[in-house]
Every structure is written in structure tokens, then in C-alpha cells.
Design a protein around this ligand. Structure first.
Ligand code: NAD
Length: 391
């Protein structure tokens, strides 16, 4: 089996899908590893380190023409403009593994299917214990939450910790985290480590205990949210009346906070708007909002993806790719997730399309010229695929 690794082409993307230490793992299972020249450079992994571990450094076209399996951070679905060229380079039967926006990037998915390539989307990894080491969304969300706390601390004209000095006492900053999933919990932990006073809220009542275990206060809102969680542990979409009530109830805590970090999202849907413009107006000048749902439409009405918006003295940031700003460790974690996944798929030296296996079934999006994933097909308005969709 030949495994190829490409240099990422998405603008400003600095991560790489495989790091040199994991080349050894693949070589040990008798795979040949081809790495595009410069693939790891932006993440701090020079070509020579890949070669030292047994990989061959080659041109991009060689990866496409020779690899049986291509590992990427962003496959064409998650790389809308620059990725289009990659789609046309794919071969029939080639296997592509990476992030691919499977619930939204329908055209890219169709085009990959039309090339005859089999696409495994890392975003669709089931959230089961067995797949935890392959869960790239969690690893990347962790990096995102950490970096969001740092960004907030640098943007804020105050310090996070309380300080008692001869020149007087500095009160701790108040951080409010909305959405206490993986990114939110890490934002809470990192803000706490920096000494801030942290509050958090999530629509899923189950996270209260996790928030409190990190030393933050859980903000309870008097709204009915018993059916807030689906069986995969994700939040369910609510109706507009619910969000309206939420916005009104959150406004008071938002106004009292120096920093608001929002991470609220619902898979496959636009992120709920939880901070309208009038709630921003209620915050003190100098306050900071870090909107981590910017790439899903934003939790704050005024967010502009990857821009700095200043509204009534409040700074609003909507970074869409924070893992890429910590490329060394983000690549290390992602590479471990994707390699573990590949090892899971391979038996007798080749990738098996065993649909009895939940991990394989849930992540396989295209195969043998077709979009095969039932949920993706439904979102694309395609009729259900016939039974026994892969072999
Ligand atoms: P996510 O990125 O989809 O959402 C982030 C958070 O926003 C979630 O906690 C969600 O409840 C919250 N949210 C959505 N709508 C909201 C609203 N209107 N108001 C406030 N908050 C709102 O989710 P995620 O962080 O990727 O994961 C969510 C959960 O999935 C985790 O906390 C965990 O319980 C579970 N999970 C399980 C595994 C596993 O078992 N292997 C792995 C990772 C995550």
C-alpha cells in the first residue's frame, strides 16, 4: 500500500496530515510513504525529518499518480477554491481521508464521487469510546479553545488574573464561555489557568458538572431544555422562539463580562445567534468577543469571519482556523487521529470497506462513483442508496 501526504493548499493553512514520527508506524506495517516536498515545513517538520523516518519526498503530481491512500487535513470539500484542482487529479479507486465538510460541501462531494475516489470524512467519526483516538474534531476543538483564551487575553485592555500589588489591587477579568463542548471546556480551562473568573453556559444540562469541575460557575437559564442533546452527544437545533428567549436571558451575563467566548454550534446547521447587536451595545467599551462559530455564521450578530470588528468599543473576533495558528501541536494531534483511523481501516495490507464496522460505515462518504453516506445523501436530496452500498 502506498500512502501519500500532500502539502495543504488552503490559504494560510499551516497544518500537515502526517508528522515524521508517524511515518515509522506506517512503514512498520509495510506501507510506502510519499510526502510532497515542503508538506510539513509550515508546521515545523522539514522534509529531511520525513526522509529520516523512511518516507520519500516527491512532487505533488507523484502523490496523486502513485498513492493508494492520500492523507490530508483539508480535502476539496474543506478547501473550496484551491481544492478544485485536487479533485481533477484524483484517480478511480483512490482513497482520500481528511476533513471535508461533508454536511455542507455538496458539490465537492459529488465531484470526488464522480472521479471514482473513496472519501472518508474525519468530521463524521462517531463519538464512541472506541473512536476517541481518531476524533479529529475533538483534537482540533481543544486547540481552538486554548488559542481563543490566549487571543482574548491579548486583545483585552485588562489582565486576566487578580493581582495584589503595592500599587493597588487589580480585579480579575470576567470571562463568559457560551457553549461548553470540547472547545468551550478548553477555553474555560485555559482562561482559569490565566487567572480569570469564568462563567459558562450550554444548552445541554449534562455539562454543568464538567464546567464546575474546571472551577467555573455554570450559568443556569430558566428555559426548558430537556431534549437539548442528541444520541451522539451533540446539541439539537431549537426553534427561533427558544433562541429568542435565550438571547434575552444571556444578555445580562454578557453585559457583565469582560470577555465572551462563544462556541455554540449544531452539526450541519447555521450556528444560533446568541449575541445580537444590542447585547454587544450593553458591554463595557474594551470588552472582547471571540466568536468561534464564525465559520458557521457566527454566534454574535456582528461577527465577520477572520476580521476584527469594533462596535461601540467592543472588539469582536471571528477566527475560523485557530488550529492552523498552533500548527506543530495541531498537526501532531491530527496526524495521530488520521493514522489511527488508517490503521483501523487496513487489513492484510489494504483498506477494507467493511460496513459492518460502525467507524467505517459512518465515515465513508463516497465510494465506487457514488455518494454512499445516508445522511449526506439526504442532505443532498438524493434518494436512499441501495442496500449493500459498498464492498
Ligand atoms: P459542537 O462543536 O457541535 O458544539 C459546541 C457546543 O455548543 C456544544 O456543547 C453544544 O451543546 C453547544 N450549543 C449548541 N447550541 C447551543 C445554544 N443554543 N446555546 C448554548 N450552547 C449551545 O460540539 P462538540 O464540542 O464537538 O461536542 C459536543 C459534545 O459531544 C461534547 O461535549 C461531548 O459530550 C460529546 N463528545 C463525545 C465524544 C466521545 O464520546 N468520543 C467525543 C467528543 C465529544
Amino acid at each position: 500500500m502506498i500512502v501519500g501526504v500532500l502539502r495543504e493548499s488552503f490559504p494560510h493553512e499551516r497544518r500537515v496530515a502526517l508528522i515524521p514520527t508517524l511515518v515509522t508506524t506506517l512503514v512498520t506495517m509495510s506501507a510506502e510513504v510519499l510526502v510532497e516536498a515542503g508538506a510539513g515545513a509550515a508546521a515545523g517538520f522539514p522534509d529531511a525529518e520525513y526522509e529520516a523516518k523512511g518516507a520519500r519526498v516527491v512532487a505533488r503530481s507523484d502523490v496523486f499518480s502513485r498513492a493508494d491512500v492520500i492523507l490530508m487535513v483539508r480535502t476539496p470539500g474543506a478547501n473550496p477554491t484551491a481544492g478544485a484542482k485536487d479533485t481533477t487529479a484524483l484517480r478511480d479507486g483512490q482513497i482520500l481521508i481528511g476533513l471535508s465538510e461533508p454536511l455542507g460541501a455538496h458539490n465537492a462531494t459529488k465531484e470526488v464521487a464522480a472521479r471514482g475516489a473513496s472519501l472518508f470524512a474525519m468530521e463524521l467519526m462517531p463519538r464512541i469510546t472506541r473512536a476517541q483516538s481518531m476524533d479529529a474534531l475533538s483534537s482540533m476543538a481543544m486547540v481552538t479553545g486554548y488559542k481563543a483564551a490566549l487571543l482574548a487575553a491579548t486583545e483585552l485592555p485588562r489582565m486576566f488574573p487578580m493581582m495584589m500589588t503595592a500599587a493597588g489591587t487589580v480585579a480579575p477579568s470576567r470571562v463568559f464561555v457560551i457553549g461548553a463542548g470540547v472547545a468551550g471546556l478548553q477555553a474555560i480551562a485555559s482562561s482559569r489557568r490565566l487567572g480569570a473568573k469564568v462563567e459558562a453556559y450550554d444548552v445541554r444540562p449534562a455539562v454543568k458538572e464538567q464546567v464546575e469541575s474546571l472551577g467555573a460557575r455554570f450559568v443556569e437559564l430558566p428555559i426548558e431544555n430537556a431534549g437539548a442533546e442528541d444520541k451522539g452527544g451533540y446539541a439539537k437545533a431549537q426553534d427561533e422562539a427558544f433562541y429568542q428567549k435565550q438571547r434575552a436571558l444571556l444578555a445580562r451575563t454578557v453585559a457583565a463580562s469582560d470577555v465572551v467566548i462563544t462556541t455554540a454550534s449544531v452539526p450541519g446547521k447555521r450556528a444560533p445567534v446568541l449575541i445580537p447587536a444590542d447585547a454587544v451595545a450593553g458591554m463595557a467599551p474594551g470588552s472582547v468577543i471571540i466568536d468561534l462559530a464564525a465559520d458557521r455564521g457566527g454566534n454574535c450578530e456582528l461577527t465577520k469571519p477572520d476580521e476584527i470588528v469594533i462596535a461601540r468599543g467592543v472588539t469582536i473576533l471571528g477566527p475560523t482556523n485557530l488550529p492552523s495558528t498552533v500548527p506543530y501541536h495541531a498537526s501532531q494531534l491530527y496526524a495521530k487521529n488520521i493514522t489511527t483511523f488508517l490503521l483501523h481501516l487496513v487489513k492484510d495490507g489494504a483498506v477494507q470497506f467493511n460496513l459492518e464496522d460502525e467507524i467505517t460505515r459512518e465515515t465513508l462518504v463516497t465510494h465506487k462513483g457514488e455518494v454512499v453516506h445516508p445522511r449526506v445523501r439526504e442532505l443532498m436530496d438524493l434518494a436512499p442508496a441501495s442496500a449493500g452500498r459498498a464492498s
